[in-house]
Design a protein around this ligand. Structure first.
Ligand code: NAD
Length: 429
């Protein structure tokens, strides 16, 4: 794919608009982000020098509730990417019927090159810069790629300092001791696992006859791989930013996780160790992983991984998108023509925002739930919405992605129309 990520993401909206009965006004409004904020963040580095970092926050839509979305730290963060991620959050929240709009934030940097103290100053500086733009009833932050619960804790603390009151509801994915929800740090992977378990039997795929490959071994990919392993599925390959490993007998996922934990760098925030350094497994590249002959392929790293250039090489029979935007619209068309169903990101990775919603509810009520309660509510909500997406896909004869957008659009359109003033003007004519 060449050109803007947002332009490509918007093609999914255009496609689904043909199937819904929402007003033209509502459809038009959803083609544009509501607010975009671009900030520069000065940070005093450990050696005394000053560095300025570029940050963003985009609130795409807040018709159904406050904006909601993660914050990404990555060298490739751009306004185009943050806007696309905020767009996906809008549809994801509506798809899961959560009382939130969609938002996203990011800072352009290689976080692994900063010390922990520098990262803390940067994270607090980001909140200083966007404080007027966010809030528990305005726009709520969460973790995304290369941000974690420690960073969320700093952000919540900084916002509380600015407000001069404890404001846990401004950030989800916080440490449990600061008002975080149990089950939040594993929620994206757990949700994806519930979904795989509910959907694969429709294709007669069960733990005993299903092999998988997972691209990306971070917060989301690691958890889903571990749950699949524990349930008896064979995970043949995994990868991270440095490459991947393959074993045709199936990888020992708990051993790999243990290895990563033991080799975590103590000086910084991130694990220096790569899965590539492990054991007798065959080393493969990320490109190789995407083309493996497995039953299920799970992209769980970054966007634009399955493109027009490699979609023909995909040998998996089903794709479950844990990452946001891993498949371009051109690749979607190729996969559809080849009869490979793609379970879309806004459904498969919605476990994270669903438990973020639970965290926000707990922060506001002051009553905290058990992990069993969190997971049960997550499973019930996610599987019910997935079944409904499945039915829409059958009914309209469309892809699962278009079905997910139809479901989200119906809810968004209804809310936008309920708020609109078009009828007042129409009645004057
Ligand atoms: P993370 O930072 O915990 O992990 C990212 C992983 O991807 C790491 O293993 C990293 O090594 C790997 N990676 C980076 N570049 C890669 C590349 N080019 N090829 C292969 N692997 C690469 O991030 P995460 O939170 O697990 O997020 C992963 C994806 O899931 C992102 O698309 C994110 O937007 C999405 N997501 C995350 C959450 C959440 O709650 N964390 C929720 C919804 C969606």
């Amino acid at each position: 794919m060449s050109g803007s990520l947002f332009a490509d993401a918007s093609k999914r909206l255009e496609k689904a608009l043909k199937y819904v009965a929402i007003s033209e006004d509502a459809g038009e409004r959803l083609k544009y982000p509501k607010n975009s904020l671009s900030v520069s963040i000065p940070v005093r580095m450990d050696d005394g020098s000053l560095r300025i970092f570029q940050g963003y926050r985009v609130r795409y839509d807040d018709t159904r509730g406050p904006g909601k979305g993660g914050v990404r730290y990555h060298p490739k963060v751009s306004l185009d990417e943050v806007q696309s991620l905020a767009f996906w959050m809008t549809f994801k929240c509506a798809l899961l019927n959560l009382p939130f709009g969609g938002a996203k934030g990011g800072i352009t940097l290689n976080p692994k090159a900063l010390t922990k103290a520098e990262l803390e100053r940067l994270s607090r500086g980001y909140i200083e810069a966007i404080a007027d733009f966010i809030g528990p009833d305005i726009d709520i932050l969460a973790p995304d790629v290369y941000t974690n619960e420690m960073i969320m804790g700093w952000m919540m603390d900084q916002y509380s300092i600015i407000q001069r009151k404890i404001s846990p509801g401004v950030v989800t994915g916080k440490p449990v001791t600061m008002g975080g929800s149990v089950g939040r740090n594993t929620a994206t992977g757990t949700g994806a696992f519930y979904l795989l378990q509910a959907m694969l039997p429709k294709f007669e795929q069960y733990p005993s006859n299903t092999t998988l490959a997972v691209q990306g071994f971070g917060n989301a990919g690691m958890v889903v791989a571990e749950l699949l392993y524990q349930a008896g599925y064979k995970v043949l390959a995994i990868s991270d930013s440095q490459g991947g490993i393959y074993n045709e007998q199936g990888l020992n996922i708990p051993e790999i996780i243990q290895h990563k934990r033991e080799h975590r760098s103590l000086a910084g925030m991130y694990c220096d160790e790569t899965v590539c350094n492990l054991g007798d497994n065959l080393q493969i590249s990320n490109e190789d992983l995407l083309a493996l002959p497995v039953d299920v392929l799970i992209p769980a790293a970054l966007e634009n991984q399955i493109t027009a250039a490699n979609a023909k090489q995909v040998q998996a029979r089903y794709i479950f998108e844990v990452a946001n935007g891993p498949t371009t619209s051109e690749a979607d068309a190729i996969l559809a023509a080849r009869g490979i169903p793609v379970f879309p990101d806004i459904l498969v990775n919605a476990g994270g925002v669903t438990v973020s919603y639970f965290e926000w509810v707990q922060n506001r009520s002051g009553l905290y739930w058990s992990v069993a309660e969190v997971n049960e509510r997550l499973q019930t909500r996610l599987v019910a919405e997935a079944e409904s997406v499945w039915r829409i896909a059958q009914e309209f004869g469309v892809s699962l992605r278009t079905a997910a957008y139809i479901q989200a659009l119906n809810r968004l359109g209804e809310a936008l129309d309920a708020k609109g003033t078009r009828d007042y003007y129409a009645s004057k004519a």
